[in-house]
Write a new protein. Structure first.
Lengths: 104, 580
């Protein structure tokens, strides 16, 4: 008897990144908008969670939800992406946070 | 006819029709609708979002073009929220699932968000509440579709009457149709006050409930010079004020002729008139008005322009601009006076119970040495462009001054290590604005390079009055004998010690007090550039012996009222027709 193990590989991939917020003012208006604008360029679903506050994941493409993240300096954020371009989305977004938002 | 008293933030007299801005809540007509009306409510919502996004886009463009990127940046997040699909769908869900009216649904969702921000511990996030309120208001305006006061479509000149001004509303002050502003709130953001002063329009705040006493269309007299607002004036009063309005216009043009003449009394005593500035470009304005330099550069306003702490380079550029604008005349830079009613309190969630007695000003700086040193380095670097003096605010003890001065030397060393030599000497002084400092003035005279008296705060602390509190602000008066005597003692101590003493509080720019201060020995006055011509005119008409006589008499009185009446009479003798 052949046990055929079928692995359903969907089109989507997933990626997770953990980043620390560097800026002294945390994620305030300008950084939030830069993050959201960037996230919206990707097809993947983006959720972000404030691991430091053990928070629930929020929609990374939502300006309001990202502000409600309460991301302050030192907060560890978990960026979770799902979709065809999950990998590049996760990389781009984590780079943005890593670099700090001072250079605008 | 009613006469309401307040606090002036900008001088001048205007007569106009009132436009009353809604304080807070739009009246939401009903909460739920019948199921058949749901599609219409959804459409209303959709339409309101489009209109809001459109309107905001245009406003951002306008702000960008007229006031620069920083003013426009405020709205980036607003726009992001209005385009936020999750937000929109949560409102739509409320409409569909609970038969809610569009206005009610939008308001409910937005207020829920406001509540969530209120619960946060990060001080900076609290400011977002005002943003969300602003966005809510905008949406509601479009959903309800009523003819609300829209400042961008004023057809005639008006006097703005409101409880307070939101960021959106402040942006409209530059419209030529806004003649002046009258507010209930006792503490206008300095941004409002500065904008009004630089536009030459009167503003009176702390009126308590003017927004409830005036209806749209009422004739209103806004007397920023005498700190009053008159609603529905009688015919006689209106005539009188029309004459005053005309006189004020003549007066301001006369004054511009004084620009190049020295501030010298009739018996040839030279007095220095300097200016108080908040923004770098104002130093050039002060020079144009005939000032002898910048007596006070309030650097904390750099925070109003930037959402983040301004970097060393950003600060350097600002200081450099201010110094160059002064054309070789001295510029006294005051280190950050943050806290109390300013920037940090607005942004602080955990608001101090007593901000005036709390972590503000030099105390704040000494507890945030990194930030302090960044500022000091920027100032030292900029000092090569002109004659710079550094001043520490709210110095209350010798230890504090020594610590601050030591930090300045550390900053100097930092620069030396980087190979940047600070050329010349930068005099270091203090603002004297607390009772303790006044009492110890002799000791301070031995340590500091110069002293500048900050009468605004000094008066508040001496009289134990918060001038931003509408309920007691009338108790605030620099004419109170306790204040006057303290000033006499301070000026005398400085004169005897050979330490340069200037006065940079509002009192310096008020002609009512010029003779008194001159007579007590003050020779350096620092004021808003707009006040320089007026004070200069008075000085040129006075003699020192006359001023000394006035001071002696004023010091003999027991009450503030006697002092004020006496000074008014004496000043009138020299300026019979001018608004005092």
């Amino acid at each position: 008897m052949n046990l055929v193990k079928e692995t359903f590989v969907t089109e989507s991939t997933e990626a997770i990144r953990s980043v620390t917020v560097r800026d002294r003012e945390g994620l305030h208006a300008r950084p939030v908008m830069r993050f959201v604008d960037l996230a919206q360029r990707f097809k993947a679903r983006v959720t972000v969670r404030n691991a430091s506050l053990k928070g629930e994941p929020v929609d990374g493409k939502s300006a309001m939800q990202m502000m409600l993240l309460e991301a302050t300096q030192g907060s560890v954020l978990e960026i979770h992406t799902r979709g065809v371009d999950a990998e590049s989305a996760a990389q781009a977004l984590s780079d943005l946070v890593e670099k700090g938002f001072q250079l605008s | 006819m009613e006469i309401l008293r307040g606090i002036s933030v900008a001088p001048g007299v205007v007569i106009g029709e009132a436009v009353v801005l809604d304080a807070a809540d739009y009246r939401i007509p009903f909460r739920t609708v019948g199921p058949a009306d749901l599609p219409r409510e959804l459409e209303k919502l959709d339409h309101a979002f489009s209109l809001s996004v459109n309107e905001l886009g245009k406003q951002t463009e306008w702000l960008n073009a007229h006031l620069g990127r920083d003013a426009a940046n405020v709205f980036d997040w607003h726009l992001g929220v209005l385009k936020d699909e999750r937000l929109r769908s949560s409102i739509e869900t409320l409409i569909r699932e609970q038969n809610a009216a569009a206005a009610y649904a939008a308001s409910t969702v937005m207020r829920n968000y406001q509540r969530r921000f209120m619960q946060m511990s990060d001080p900076l996030l609290v400011e977002r509440i005002r943003d969300v309120q602003d966005i809510e208001r905008r949406l509601l305006r479009h959903i309800l579709g009523e003819a609300r006061e829209d400042l961008s479509h004023l057809s005639k000149p008006v006097v703005l009457v409101a409880h307070d001004l939101t960021p959106t509303q402040t942006a409209h002050l530059t419209s030529t149709k806004v003649l002046g502003v009258a507010l209930d709130a006792g503490a206008a953001t300095s941004h409002t006050a500065i904008l009004l002063r630089s536009l030459g329009r009167p503003g009176v705040i702390g009126l308590g409930d003017v927004s409830t006493r005036v209806s749209a269309g009422d004739t209103v007299i806004l007397d920023g010079t005498n700190q009053i607002v008159i609603t529905n004036p009688s015919v006689a009063t209106l005539e009188e004020y029309k004459a005053r309005e005309a006189a004020y216009v003549r007066f301001t043009s006369e004054l511009s002729e004084l620009k190049d003449l020295p501030a010298e009394t009739r018996d040839e005593c030279r007095v220095e008139l300097l200016c108080n500035i908040e923004f770098p470009h104002e130093s050039a304005i002060g020079l144009a008005k005939g000032g002898d330099g910048v007596g006070l550069y309030r650097t904390e306003f750099l925070f109003l322009r930037h959402e983040t702490t301004p970097s060393e380079d950003e600060q350097y550029e600002a200081y450099k601009e201010a110094i160059l604008g002064a054309g070789g005349k001295p510029v006294t830079i005051r280190t950050f006076d943050l806290g109390a009613d300013k920037y940090t309190q607005q942004r602080s969630y955990d608001q101090e119970r007593n901000p005036m007695l709390g972590l503000r000003s030099i105390r704040y700086s000494l507890q945030h040495l990194d930030m302090f040193k960044v500022q000091l380095r920027a100032i030292l670097r900029a000092s090569e462009h002109g004659r710079v003096k550094v001043m520490f605010p709210l110095i209350n003890s010798l230890m504090e001054f020594r610590q601050a001065r030591m930090t300045l030397h550390d900053a100097m060393e930092d620069l030396e290590d980087l190979g940047r030599h600070v050329r010349g000497e930068v005099p270091v002084g203090m603002m004297l604005e607390t009772p303790a400092a006044a009492i110890q003035v002799k000791e301070f005279c031995r340590e500091v390079g110069f002293i500048s008296v900050g009468t605004n705060d000094l008066t508040q602390y001496l009289l134990a009055v918060d001038r931003g509190n509408e309920r007691v602000c009338q108790l605030y008066s620099p004419a109170h004998p306790a204040v006057v005597r303290t000033l006499r003692d301070v000026i005398r101590a400085c004169t005897r010690a050979g330490i340069e003493c200037s006065l940079c509080g509002e009192m310096a720019g008020q002609p009512l007090f010029t003779l008194l201060l001159l007579g007590m020995g003050l020779r350096k006055f620092s004021m808003a550039p707009a006040n320089i011509p007026e004070v200069k005119k008075l000085i040129r008409l006075a003699t020192i012996s006359q001023a000394e006589r006035v001071a002696r008499r004023a010091l003999s009185f027991d009450t503030e009222l006697q002092v004020t009446n006496y000074l008014t009479d004496e000043t009138r003798k020299l300026l019979p027709e001018d608004p005092i």
